[in-house]
Design a protein around this ligand. Structure first.
Ligand code: ATP
Ligand code: MG
Length: 301
Protein backbone atom coordinates (compact mmCIF):
# COMPACT_ATOMS: atom_id res chain seq x y z
CA UNK A 1 0.00 0.00 0.00
CA UNK A 2 1.44 3.33 -1.05
CA UNK A 3 0.89 6.36 1.18
CA UNK A 4 1.27 9.82 -0.34
CA UNK A 5 1.05 13.02 1.69
CA UNK A 6 0.31 16.19 -0.22
CA UNK A 7 1.86 18.96 1.83
CA UNK A 8 2.97 22.57 1.69
CA UNK A 9 3.32 25.24 4.31
CA UNK A 10 1.78 27.72 1.88
CA UNK A 11 -1.98 27.92 1.38
CA UNK A 12 -3.82 27.85 -1.94
CA UNK A 13 -1.09 26.09 -3.94
CA UNK A 14 -3.22 23.19 -5.17
CA UNK A 15 -2.89 20.57 -2.41
CA UNK A 16 -6.56 19.63 -2.29
CA UNK A 17 -6.85 19.78 -6.08
CA UNK A 18 -3.86 17.44 -6.38
CA UNK A 19 -5.38 14.91 -3.97
CA UNK A 20 -8.76 14.98 -5.74
CA UNK A 21 -7.25 14.73 -9.23
CA UNK A 22 -4.86 11.87 -8.43
CA UNK A 23 -7.67 10.09 -6.59
CA UNK A 24 -9.85 10.51 -9.67
CA UNK A 25 -7.28 8.83 -11.92
CA UNK A 26 -6.49 6.04 -9.44
CA UNK A 27 -10.17 5.32 -9.02
CA UNK A 28 -10.57 5.22 -12.78
CA UNK A 29 -7.83 2.58 -12.92
CA UNK A 30 -9.90 0.49 -10.47
CA UNK A 31 -7.40 0.89 -7.69
CA UNK A 32 -8.76 1.05 -4.15
CA UNK A 33 -8.12 4.53 -2.84
CA UNK A 34 -8.42 6.01 0.62
CA UNK A 35 -8.29 9.76 1.06
CA UNK A 36 -7.49 11.20 4.48
CA UNK A 37 -8.45 14.81 5.04
CA UNK A 38 -6.18 16.06 7.81
CA UNK A 39 -6.90 19.74 7.20
CA UNK A 40 -9.29 21.17 9.83
CA UNK A 41 -10.69 23.41 7.06
CA UNK A 42 -12.07 20.19 5.57
CA UNK A 43 -11.95 21.43 1.96
CA UNK A 44 -11.48 17.94 0.61
CA UNK A 45 -14.31 16.57 2.71
CA UNK A 46 -16.56 19.26 1.22
CA UNK A 47 -15.06 18.74 -2.26
CA UNK A 48 -16.31 15.14 -2.14
CA UNK A 49 -19.76 16.27 -1.20
CA UNK A 50 -19.84 15.85 2.58
CA UNK A 51 -20.99 18.36 5.13
CA UNK A 52 -18.29 18.13 7.77
CA UNK A 53 -20.76 19.14 10.46
CA UNK A 54 -22.73 15.98 9.74
CA UNK A 55 -19.98 13.40 9.44
CA UNK A 56 -20.56 10.61 11.92
CA UNK A 57 -16.95 9.53 12.40
CA UNK A 58 -13.92 11.54 11.45
CA UNK A 59 -10.16 11.60 11.74
CA UNK A 60 -10.56 13.26 15.11
CA UNK A 61 -12.08 10.03 16.45
CA UNK A 62 -9.12 8.07 15.14
CA UNK A 63 -6.60 10.35 16.84
CA UNK A 64 -8.43 10.38 20.13
CA UNK A 65 -9.01 6.62 20.30
CA UNK A 66 -6.27 5.19 22.55
CA UNK A 67 -6.28 1.57 21.35
CA UNK A 68 -7.68 0.59 18.03
CA UNK A 69 -8.32 -2.56 16.03
CA UNK A 70 -8.83 -2.93 12.29
CA UNK A 71 -12.58 -2.76 12.88
CA UNK A 72 -12.39 0.51 14.80
CA UNK A 73 -10.26 2.12 12.08
CA UNK A 74 -12.67 0.85 9.41
CA UNK A 75 -15.53 2.44 11.32
CA UNK A 76 -13.98 5.89 10.76
CA UNK A 77 -14.04 5.45 6.99
CA UNK A 78 -16.86 6.90 4.89
CA UNK A 79 -17.64 5.59 1.39
CA UNK A 80 -17.98 8.29 -1.26
CA UNK A 81 -20.43 8.21 -4.16
CA UNK A 82 -17.59 7.00 -6.36
CA UNK A 83 -16.61 3.32 -6.59
CA UNK A 84 -13.30 2.35 -4.91
CA UNK A 85 -12.95 5.78 -3.31
CA UNK A 86 -13.23 6.16 0.47
CA UNK A 87 -12.44 8.98 2.82
CA UNK A 88 -11.56 9.53 6.45
CA UNK A 89 -13.17 12.92 6.78
CA UNK A 90 -11.93 15.97 8.59
CA UNK A 91 -13.77 17.96 11.22
CA UNK A 92 -13.27 21.37 12.79
CA UNK A 93 -12.32 19.69 16.07
CA UNK A 94 -9.09 18.53 14.42
CA UNK A 95 -7.78 22.05 15.04
CA UNK A 96 -7.57 21.17 18.74
CA UNK A 97 -5.67 17.93 18.25
CA UNK A 98 -2.21 19.22 19.21
CA UNK A 99 -3.53 20.24 22.61
CA UNK A 100 -5.51 17.05 22.98
CA UNK A 101 -2.55 14.79 22.24
CA UNK A 102 0.10 16.66 24.16
CA UNK A 103 1.93 14.43 26.61
CA UNK A 104 0.75 11.18 25.04
CA UNK A 105 3.69 9.00 23.99
CA UNK A 106 4.23 7.93 20.39
CA UNK A 107 1.96 10.73 19.18
CA UNK A 108 3.78 11.05 15.84
CA UNK A 109 3.07 7.46 14.82
CA UNK A 110 -0.66 7.18 15.42
CA UNK A 111 -1.50 7.37 11.71
CA UNK A 112 1.31 4.99 10.72
CA UNK A 113 -0.03 2.40 13.18
CA UNK A 114 -3.61 2.89 12.00
CA UNK A 115 -2.69 2.54 8.33
CA UNK A 116 -0.76 -0.68 8.98
CA UNK A 117 -4.13 -2.22 9.83
CA UNK A 118 -5.55 -1.20 6.43
CA UNK A 119 -2.63 -2.56 4.43
CA UNK A 120 -4.81 -5.18 2.65
CA UNK A 121 -7.72 -2.84 1.94
CA UNK A 122 -6.21 -0.13 -0.26
CA UNK A 123 -3.67 0.28 -3.07
CA UNK A 124 -3.03 3.97 -2.42
CA UNK A 125 -3.73 6.33 0.48
CA UNK A 126 -3.69 10.07 -0.24
CA UNK A 127 -3.35 12.49 2.69
CA UNK A 128 -4.29 16.16 2.35
CA UNK A 129 -2.11 17.97 4.91
CA UNK A 130 -2.73 21.15 6.88
CA UNK A 131 -0.18 23.96 6.32
CA UNK A 132 1.29 23.95 9.85
CA UNK A 133 3.94 21.72 11.34
CA UNK A 134 2.04 20.08 14.19
CA UNK A 135 1.03 16.56 15.15
CA UNK A 136 -1.22 16.19 12.07
CA UNK A 137 1.53 16.99 9.61
CA UNK A 138 4.17 14.95 11.45
CA UNK A 139 1.85 11.93 11.49
CA UNK A 140 1.15 12.26 7.78
CA UNK A 141 4.79 12.68 6.79
CA UNK A 142 5.99 9.78 8.95
CA UNK A 143 3.32 7.47 7.50
CA UNK A 144 4.18 8.31 3.88
CA UNK A 145 6.10 6.37 1.29
CA UNK A 146 6.30 9.59 -0.70
CA UNK A 147 5.50 13.27 -0.17
CA UNK A 148 4.23 15.58 -2.87
CA UNK A 149 4.82 19.30 -2.50
CA UNK A 150 2.62 21.31 -4.86
CA UNK A 151 4.31 24.63 -5.50
CA UNK A 152 2.53 27.40 -7.31
CA UNK A 153 4.86 28.93 -9.85
CA UNK A 154 5.09 32.33 -8.19
CA UNK A 155 7.53 33.89 -5.72
CA UNK A 156 5.67 33.44 -2.40
CA UNK A 157 5.13 29.76 -3.02
CA UNK A 158 8.82 29.24 -3.55
CA UNK A 159 9.28 30.56 0.00
CA UNK A 160 6.66 28.04 1.18
CA UNK A 161 8.69 25.29 -0.46
CA UNK A 162 11.80 26.35 1.47
CA UNK A 163 9.80 25.98 4.69
CA UNK A 164 8.67 22.54 3.68
CA UNK A 165 12.17 21.33 2.88
CA UNK A 166 13.32 22.66 6.28
CA UNK A 167 10.56 20.57 7.84
CA UNK A 168 11.82 17.46 6.03
CA UNK A 169 15.29 18.10 7.39
CA UNK A 170 13.88 18.44 10.89
CA UNK A 171 12.09 15.13 10.49
CA UNK A 172 15.24 13.41 9.29
CA UNK A 173 17.16 14.76 12.22
CA UNK A 174 14.49 13.87 14.79
CA UNK A 175 13.84 10.41 13.43
CA UNK A 176 17.30 9.14 12.70
CA UNK A 177 17.39 7.16 9.53
CA UNK A 178 13.92 8.11 8.36
CA UNK A 179 13.87 8.43 4.61
CA UNK A 180 11.88 11.25 3.10
CA UNK A 181 11.12 10.97 -0.58
CA UNK A 182 9.59 14.15 -1.82
CA UNK A 183 8.59 15.46 -5.21
CA UNK A 184 8.05 19.13 -5.95
CA UNK A 185 5.12 19.69 -8.29
CA UNK A 186 4.91 23.01 -10.13
CA UNK A 187 1.24 24.01 -10.19
CA UNK A 188 -0.87 26.70 -11.87
CA UNK A 189 1.82 27.07 -14.46
CA UNK A 190 1.19 29.57 -17.22
CA UNK A 191 4.08 29.68 -19.64
CA UNK A 192 2.90 33.03 -21.04
CA UNK A 193 3.71 34.79 -17.77
CA UNK A 194 7.20 35.79 -16.75
CA UNK A 195 6.47 34.91 -13.09
CA UNK A 196 5.72 31.30 -14.05
CA UNK A 197 8.79 30.96 -16.26
CA UNK A 198 11.14 32.55 -13.72
CA UNK A 199 9.77 30.39 -10.90
CA UNK A 200 10.28 27.25 -12.93
CA UNK A 201 13.87 28.26 -13.66
CA UNK A 202 14.38 28.79 -9.92
CA UNK A 203 12.94 25.36 -9.12
CA UNK A 204 15.17 23.75 -11.71
CA UNK A 205 18.22 25.53 -10.34
CA UNK A 206 17.58 24.71 -6.66
CA UNK A 207 15.45 21.57 -6.47
CA UNK A 208 16.24 19.73 -9.67
CA UNK A 209 16.79 16.33 -8.04
CA UNK A 210 13.34 16.41 -6.47
CA UNK A 211 11.48 18.29 -9.16
CA UNK A 212 8.86 16.63 -11.32
CA UNK A 213 9.82 17.64 -14.83
CA UNK A 214 6.22 18.27 -15.89
CA UNK A 215 3.91 21.08 -14.75
CA UNK A 216 0.25 21.32 -13.81
CA UNK A 217 -1.06 24.11 -16.04
CA UNK A 218 -3.59 26.76 -15.12
CA UNK A 219 -6.95 25.29 -16.09
CA UNK A 220 -10.25 26.95 -15.18
CA UNK A 221 -11.91 23.53 -15.08
CA UNK A 222 -10.30 22.88 -11.69
CA UNK A 223 -12.42 25.57 -10.08
CA UNK A 224 -15.51 24.18 -11.78
CA UNK A 225 -14.65 20.66 -10.66
CA UNK A 226 -14.39 21.71 -7.00
CA UNK A 227 -17.66 23.64 -7.26
CA UNK A 228 -19.39 20.56 -8.67
CA UNK A 229 -17.72 18.24 -6.13
CA UNK A 230 -16.22 16.08 -8.87
CA UNK A 231 -12.58 15.20 -9.45
CA UNK A 232 -11.51 16.75 -12.75
CA UNK A 233 -11.22 13.28 -14.33
CA UNK A 234 -14.99 12.98 -14.01
CA UNK A 235 -15.63 16.38 -15.51
CA UNK A 236 -13.37 16.13 -18.53
CA UNK A 237 -10.58 13.56 -18.51
CA UNK A 238 -9.13 14.97 -21.72
CA UNK A 239 -8.64 18.55 -20.52
CA UNK A 240 -5.04 19.65 -20.13
CA UNK A 241 -5.24 19.83 -16.33
CA UNK A 242 -6.49 16.24 -16.07
CA UNK A 243 -3.89 14.98 -18.55
CA UNK A 244 -1.10 16.68 -16.60
CA UNK A 245 -2.21 14.89 -13.42
CA UNK A 246 -2.25 11.59 -15.31
CA UNK A 247 1.34 12.19 -16.37
CA UNK A 248 2.24 13.01 -12.78
CA UNK A 249 0.58 9.85 -11.50
CA UNK A 250 2.57 7.64 -13.87
CA UNK A 251 5.76 9.34 -12.83
CA UNK A 252 5.00 8.90 -9.12
CA UNK A 253 4.12 5.24 -9.50
CA UNK A 254 7.26 4.65 -11.47
CA UNK A 255 9.33 6.31 -8.75
CA UNK A 256 7.66 4.16 -6.08
CA UNK A 257 8.41 1.05 -8.11
CA UNK A 258 12.04 2.04 -7.98
CA UNK A 259 12.22 3.18 -4.34
CA UNK A 260 9.53 1.15 -2.52
CA UNK A 261 8.83 -1.93 -4.66
CA UNK A 262 7.62 -3.86 -1.61
CA UNK A 263 4.92 -1.25 -0.94
CA UNK A 264 3.35 -1.11 -4.40
CA UNK A 265 0.46 -3.46 -5.14
CA UNK A 266 0.51 -5.56 -8.31
CA UNK A 267 -2.51 -3.59 -9.56
CA UNK A 268 -0.71 -0.29 -9.12
CA UNK A 269 2.53 -1.63 -10.58
CA UNK A 270 0.63 -2.78 -13.65
CA UNK A 271 -0.29 0.75 -14.67
CA UNK A 272 3.31 1.91 -14.66
CA UNK A 273 4.48 1.52 -18.18
CA UNK A 274 5.11 4.92 -19.69
CA UNK A 275 6.82 6.74 -16.88
CA UNK A 276 10.54 6.93 -16.33
CA UNK A 277 12.46 6.90 -13.04
CA UNK A 278 13.42 9.94 -11.07
CA UNK A 279 16.37 10.19 -8.75
CA UNK A 280 16.12 11.40 -5.21
CA UNK A 281 18.92 12.88 -3.14
CA UNK A 282 19.13 14.09 0.43
CA UNK A 283 19.42 17.79 1.13
CA UNK A 284 21.81 19.24 3.68
CA UNK A 285 20.59 19.60 7.21
CA UNK A 286 20.02 23.22 8.18
CA UNK A 287 21.50 24.43 11.42
CA UNK A 288 18.71 26.60 12.89
CA UNK A 289 16.27 23.75 13.36
CA UNK A 290 17.18 22.43 16.77
CA UNK A 291 14.28 23.92 18.72
CA UNK A 292 11.55 22.63 16.43
CA UNK A 293 13.46 19.38 16.04
CA UNK A 294 13.15 18.90 19.81
CA UNK A 295 9.35 19.03 19.54
CA UNK A 296 9.23 16.64 16.63
CA UNK A 297 11.68 14.41 18.46
CA UNK A 298 9.28 14.17 21.38
CA UNK A 299 6.42 13.21 19.06
CA UNK A 300 8.43 10.43 17.56
CA UNK A 301 10.08 8.98 20.67
N1 ATP B 1 -3.95 24.16 -11.96
C1 ATP B 1 -4.91 24.99 -11.55
N2 ATP B 1 -5.43 25.90 -12.42
C2 ATP B 1 -6.40 26.76 -12.00
N3 ATP B 1 -6.90 26.79 -10.79
C3 ATP B 1 -6.44 25.91 -9.89
C4 ATP B 1 -5.41 24.96 -10.20
N4 ATP B 1 -5.14 24.22 -9.12
C5 ATP B 1 -5.96 24.67 -8.15
N5 ATP B 1 -6.74 25.67 -8.60
C6 ATP B 1 -7.71 26.45 -7.83
O1 ATP B 1 -6.99 27.22 -6.87
C7 ATP B 1 -7.68 27.26 -5.62
C8 ATP B 1 -6.77 26.69 -4.54
O2 ATP B 1 -6.53 25.32 -4.81
P1 ATP B 1 -6.56 24.23 -3.64
O3 ATP B 1 -7.77 24.39 -2.80
O4 ATP B 1 -6.34 22.90 -4.28
O5 ATP B 1 -5.27 24.66 -2.84
P2 ATP B 1 -4.81 24.21 -1.36
O6 ATP B 1 -3.34 24.24 -1.36
O7 ATP B 1 -5.46 22.95 -0.99
O8 ATP B 1 -5.41 25.39 -0.50
P3 ATP B 1 -5.54 25.47 1.12
O9 ATP B 1 -4.18 25.80 1.62
O10 ATP B 1 -6.52 26.57 1.33
O11 ATP B 1 -6.02 24.13 1.59
C9 ATP B 1 -8.96 26.47 -5.83
O12 ATP B 1 -10.00 27.35 -6.14
C10 ATP B 1 -8.66 25.56 -7.03
O13 ATP B 1 -9.83 25.25 -7.79
MG1 MG C 1 -6.67 22.46 0.71
Amino acid sequence: MLVWSIASQKGGVGKTTTVASLAGWLQKENLNVLIIDTDPHASLTSYLGFDYNNIEKSLYDLYTQENFTKETIQSYITHTNFPNLDIIASSMTLATIDRKLSGRSGVGRILTNALKLLEDDYDVVLIDCPPVLGALMVNALVASTSILVPTQTEFLSLKGLEGMVRTFNIMRKADNGCIINYTVIPTMYDKRTKASRTSLEYLNAHYKDNLWQGQIPVDTLFRESSQKGLPITMLDEKCRGALAYRELLLQLLSKELELNPERISPKAAAIVSLSSGEKNTKSDVNKDMDIIAGDVDAMLS
